[in-house]
Design a protein around this ligand. Structure first.
Ligand code: NAD
Ligand code: DAU
Length: 353
């Protein structure tokens, strides 16, 4: 018989959350899936419009920082599981406005933990609180080495400090209150539906519009890129097969300096837009570096590979190809974003550089 579960997924109107919602709604018709999202600038119901009428899906607009609202929601739905993705997620915004990050990423997470604790007390059988975190909590690597699950935390931006704090609290609720939790720390995601404040969609859009591509510093910083659907598949696996109390690192084994990544993107876009080779690369513009810019992130994901059998399915070239095609085919999605508050953010963020 198909298992019945009521699941709360927070942040499901955002980039990664929307891919997780789609996967779960389609793969688990017997589950009831509640998408809780505040619809901040980064939340967009267009990201989930293909599944919005599915019988096993419901959207609730709300703020995880509101503790009374969160508790009432848990009491109403009696969730069996929580997959917590809602967050303020952009490092640059955390530099200009740290407080929002403290509220959503720390206080919001504690509100969810308290509510789960409240409704699960005495009955944790089959329950799971899954906290989605980032490799940025581990700090910055030099040229050698990889982040493993035991790497000491050393967050260096308000964003990563707020995520680190929430990770510590999730672990504290496991140790102190026996709340069944699991955490994953993932590297940089890319793919369809990513908000254009992030490097890859920002560059795709600027290349298309023939606008300068802003590269911080010398472009020597290194990130480990993973296609978003591979992250969603890992989340499915960890939610169902992960061991309570454990942490799993997730990464693409796919390191690029920003400048090499953008050169490769320029080549792909020249071909797709039928421009002369080298034309898009002329748009590359070096701008003032990000404050406290972490040099390198790189993940050792051997634990999740060995224990749960996960591995990335897409090669980077294929993932980038799919991503660029999606943005070129969905200019309406981008235009809706560009016509809102984003223009003001973009001007403020880049005119000072
Ligand atoms: P995103 O910014 O695209 O989406 C965040 C979503 O959370 C939005 O829909 C937003 O409306 C919602 N939200 C924000 N504040 C809220 C609040 N107070 N109450 C309810 N909803 C709220 O983020 P993303 O890139 O999809 O990241 C999702 C999660 O994954 C985050 O926890 C992030 O730290 C983590 N993560 C992201 C990456 C990445 O590369 N993007 C990598 C590793 C981990
Ligand atoms: O590592 C996981 C993290 O990846 C997630 O936890 C974050 O939520 C997510 O935003 C991402 O953080 P980054 O800071 O690495 O991503 P971003 O796309 O902002 O930047 C990627 C790299 O590109 C970084 O070295 C900064 C640089 N950059 C970024 C922007 C927006 C530029 O050079 N120019 C830009 O305009």
């Amino acid at each position: 018989m198909m298992e019945k579960k009521t699941l709360l997924i927070t942040g499901g109107a955002g980039f990664i959350g929307s891919h997780v919602i789609r996967l779960f709604v389609n793969k688990y018709p017997g589950y009831k899936i509640i998408n809780l999202d505040k619809l901040t600038y980064a939340g967009n119901l267009e990201n989930v419009k293909d599944i919005q009428d599915a019988p096993n899906y419901e959207f609730v607009k709300g703020d995880i920082v509101d503790d009374i609202f969160v508790l009432e929601l848990f009491n109403k739905y009696k969730f069996d599981g929580v997959i917590h993705l809602a967050a303020e997620s952009h490092v640059d915004r955390s530099i200009s406005n740290p407080t929002e990050f403290i509220k959503t990423n720390i206080v919001g997470t504690v509100n969810l933990l308290n509510a789960a604790r409240d409704i699960w007390k005495g009955n944790i059988e089959g329950k799971m609180f899954y906290h989605i975190s980032t490799d940025e909590v581990y700090g910055s690597l030099a040229e050698e080495g990889l982040f493993v699950e035991e790497t000491s935390y050393d967050p260096r931006s308000p964003y990563s400090a707020s995520k680190a704090s929430s990770d510590h609290l999730v672990r504290a609720y496991f140790h102190t209150f026996k709340l069944p939790v699991v955490i994953t720390n993932c590297s940089n995601n890319y793919g369809p539906n990513q908000f254009p404040e992030k490097l890859i969609p920002l560059a795709i859009n600027n290349i298309k519009e023939k606008k300068p591509i802003p590269i911080y510093g010398k472009g020597e910083n290194i990130r480990d890129w993973l296609f978003v659907e591979d992250h969603a598949n890992a989340i499915d696996l960890v939610f169902h097969k992960g061991t309570v109390g454990e942490t799993y690192n997730i990464g693409g084994n796919n390191e690029w300096t920003n400048i090499d990544l953008i050169h490769s993107l320029c080549k792909i876009m020249d071909k797709k837009l039928e421009r002369e080779e080298g034309e898009s690369a002329k748009l590359i513009t070096f701008v003032k570096d990000r404050a406290g810019h972490d040099l390198r992130y790189a993940i050792d994901s051997s634990k999740i590979q060995k224990d749960l059998g996960w591995e990335p399915s897409l090669q980077f070239e294929e993932g980038m190809d799919k991503t660029v095609d999606w943005y070129l085919a969905n200019s309406e999605w981008m235009n809706h974003i560009l016509s809102g508050d984003y223009e003001k953010y973009y001007t403020e963020q880049y005119q000072k550089r």
